[in-house]
Design a protein around this ligand. Sequence first.
Ligand code: GLN
Length: 549
Amino acid sequence: MVDHMTKHIFVTGGVVSSLGKGLTSASIGMLLERRGLRVRMQKLDPYINVDPGTMSPYQHGEVYVLDDGSETDLDLGHYERFTNSPLARDSNYTTGQIYLSVINKERQGEFLGKTVQVVPHVTDEIKGVIKKLAGDDVDVVITEIGGTVGDIESQPFLEAIRQFSLDVGKENCLYIHLTLVPYLKAAGELKTKPTQHSVGQLRQIGVQPDILICRTERSLSREDREKIALFCNVPKDAVIEEKDKDFSIYEVPLSLMDNHLDELIVRRLALAAGPLHMDDWRDLVHRLRNPQHELGIAVVGKYAEHRDAYKSIYEAIDHAGVAHGAQIRIQRIQSEEVEREGPECLLAGYDGLLVPGGFGERGIEGKVEAIRFARERDVPFFGICLGMQCAAIEFARNVVGLAGAHSTEFNKDTPHPVICLLDEQKSITDKGGTMRLGAQAARLDPDSAAAAAYGKTTIWERHRHRYEFNNIYRQQFEAHGMSFAGTSPDGSLVELIELPSHPWFVAVQFHPEFKSKPTAPQPLFAAFIGAALARHAQRGERYREVELP
Ligand code: GLN
């Protein structure tokens, strides 16, 4: 019997950043998985931070949290939404982690006094983390290299993936390069030169791409393809077009399939694959394109102008929208703006309000005011993590009558610390990976809106927080109508609060957005959008009544 050999696909990017390498890698994973192959996904990030957990969402987008509590790059969100590849700590490495490990080994004397160098020590470490994902139960490992070819930081990674095919055999590796073929208006044509240069840079390192995926605004002509193939030294059928999707990212896998990318990969790696099943995905895109309703949802957060800062939240809202046949117009509102302009002028007219998670004091009062507006005006409200904490602060101040109530994260001397530090957090001073992280169980009150949404009373959701609801205020809150509908199994931590007197007011300490999939929306998001839809329909009727003579 021949030993099982895991095959490796490496995805690199060239010309410019933000080409959608994560999405393309996730789409490749999806196509292969839907041909019956067992896929593992991995991202190697060239920056020196030891993990993405301490990086600003301004610069780097959201921190994506896995079940095992790893804080990872947001591209892993694409992987989880598009594939069933199990992701864990080994699915994301940064240069910082690689070096930290090499330096620790050196400190422990593992290199026996030898000179420790980028080649071979750092490159060996990189190859080691790639090999970790291979195994008898894995057909293909897809490793995405972050950054752009030509960046100084990427060099050790590119060198490592070059060596990799020497170690495991050329026939077991496939190099896919994602590149940009820009359209130049003045010349009225697509330009292939940047792609030639970028492939040239890869070849200098010794990596000859097998497949080029060309991001482009316009379709590649036969001549464009021939030129790219000739100058980049790839066969014509390995020049794959990935045209910009003005409509939805969910079209990317379909377009790669139409360009026969899966067939090409299966052939090149001699994979024993079955036929491709994409009917449910086609159906999803069809439903996205043909909505029955249109809803407006306001998301009031600290980083309104940065789409990537709440990436998974927006995705989860979209998934819930598709499930209800609704197209969602998401209005991103900066909470500081609510402080300046007042909630009435900014929030009237939306069918639902969502306040996402976050850190830092800036814009907190705006969130609190927005939540008050939603509570008093019966607007469906969904609070997530910091959003739940702000809902508790709002309720304490405006309903329970606890003037000056706050979280000790923002005011250490508040007379009413309704949100305070988790006990286990009090002695921690390190910043990286030290929060309450990852999947934890919670128990729901069977009569709650949340239990109705989930259809069960024990749930597992991912967490990322240091502060929690202060239990000494529970009774006072309950006396004023707040329901603590979800807690940790031992009852000690508040996980979910609800206002039964409100049409839909649910706030959670966890991050449900990380477990939503396009074809399987997260239950609370689905229920929130359902409530928004009900309000929309009701308002429509009311408006019509008013319009009638
Ligand atoms: N800053 C809050 C805490 O640490 C909320 C965190 C979050 O929203 N992810 O508890």
